[in-house]
Design a protein around this ligand. Structure first.
Ligand SMILES: [Zn+2]
Length: 393
């Protein structure tokens, strides 16, 4: 199919929505963003931007679109993820990019192709209409909704291989153009109890992994969860809950194995390291009183929180730009996670800022208000247009 260059920003967003980029990592499929990435690459090249495929794993890559005006000038990096959550149960056509009632509808319109389209359109405008004195790059990252494979590859490997290091990252997520400087992170893991299978006609021959897990859950909810009390003024209290359980194989077999998934939400400034030892120590008396109790903690995943201690200077500068545009700037914290904390872990200050309302994300009738979208373009463009000296320390 021949490339059609979008005539306006809404067309660009419509086209981006038309690619099915539903995250399917849970099914073992990694690079669902391939066709969208190729499309963005072609459009960016047609507009004269440099494009780089930053390999993640296998065929999968983050797409970096960049415009260098001066090798001496600072770089400002933008990041928008290309994957979306699933479309099951949606009440609007997920990939049509329908425009109606001043809104654009479809999966990803709000989270977060709207921010990606706004960033790319802002760069096009900024370059075509005037002299930029700051170098600008946009990272179209993969695989944010499940495991953050894309941003972690960037922060841990790709960034150090670039010939430049940005002064900071503006991560696009629907914040209603409020400046987000803090958010939660998590430690998530699987607890498994191992029992002994036996025919249920004589349970005394086995050991039930489900009974064992019931005791484990009781101990965690009684003795660990109440100790999770750390709070942060911008996001509230840390949390811990057990949200998935699976065990047993059939009705006439004493269950050999049972698993639960634990979600421990970290607030900014909280360290992930003591979480597992604290849970294990709560289970210690249980294990001591029953030497046959076999408990494992496996598949631990950590996503760091975003702390406002990490992004003062960048937040001040972005805040100044927003103030100049007439926005009220009261930096906020949010309870969801974003790529910003992973960039920070990789050594880059990061804030979250974008058009759209998070309440619309992941919904059956996901949409983005077109006024917000246009404002988003203006905000990103104003950031890009700042003189080089504005970003320099
Ligand atoms: Zn998102």
């Amino acid at each position: 199919m021949s490339l059609v260059i979008p005539a306006d920003s809404v067309q660009l967003l419509q086209r981006m929505i038309s690619f099915n980029t539903v995250n399917r990592l849970a099914e073992g499929i990694l690079f669902v963003e391939g066709q969208l990435a190729q499309y963005l690459e072609q459009v960016a090249q047609a507009w004269g931007f440099k494009t780089d495929r930053l390999a993640v794993t296998g065929d999968a890559y983050n797409l970096l679109i960049s415009h260098e005006v001066n090798a001496q000038a600072p770089w400002l990096l933008f990041d928008s993820h290309m994957d979306t959550v699933g479309v099951e149960g949606m009440t609007v056509p997920p990939f049509a990019g329908l425009v109606k009632d001043g809104k654009i509808w479809g999966r990803g319109s709000c989270d977060t192709k709207g921010t990606g389209a706004a960033m790319l359109w802002a760069l096009r405008n900024a370059v075509q209409s005037e002299q930029l004195s700051t170098n600008i790059a946009i990272l179209f990252s993969i695989e944010e909704e499940v495991a953050k494979t894309g941003v972690n590859a960037f922060a841990q490997k790709q960034l150090s291989q670039l010939p430049w290091k940005p002064v900071g990252v503006v991560v696009g997520e629907p914040t209603q153009l409020q400046l987000v400087i803090a958010h939660n992170g998590y430690v998530r893991w699987t607890i498994r109890t191992n029992g002994q299978a036996a025919h249920s006609s004589d349970p005394s021959q086995g050991r039930s992994a489900i009974s064992a897990m019931a005791r484990v859950i009781t101990a965690i909810e009684r003795d660990y969860v109440p100790t999770v009390t750390t709070t942060h003024p911008l996001v509230g209290k840390a949390q811990c809950s057990i949200n998935v359980i699976q065990g047993g194989s059939q009705i006439n077999v004493i269950p050999e194995s049972c698993e639960v998934l634990v979600d421990r939400r970290l607030v900014p400034g909280e360290d992930a390291t003591p979480v597992l030892p604290a849970v294990k120590s709560v289970l210690q008396p249980l294990c001591e009183s029953d030497p046959q109790l076999d408990v494992e903690h496996v598949e631990v995943r950590i996503d760091p929180p975003l702390s406002p201690d990490s992004n003062h200077l960048l937040a001040d500068r972005v805040g100044q730009v927003l103030t100049n545009l007439g926005f009220s700037v009261e930096p906020v914290g949010v309870k969801y996670g974003t790529n910003a904390s992973n960039h920070t872990a990789g050594g880059l200050p990061a804030v979250v800022l974008g058009p759209g309302d998070i309440a619309q994300a992941h919904r059956a009738d996901e949409h983005l208000d077109l006024d917000q979208f246009k404002q988003g373009i203006n905000v990103y463009q104003a950031l890009m247009r700042q003189p080089a000296c504005f970003w320099e320390a």
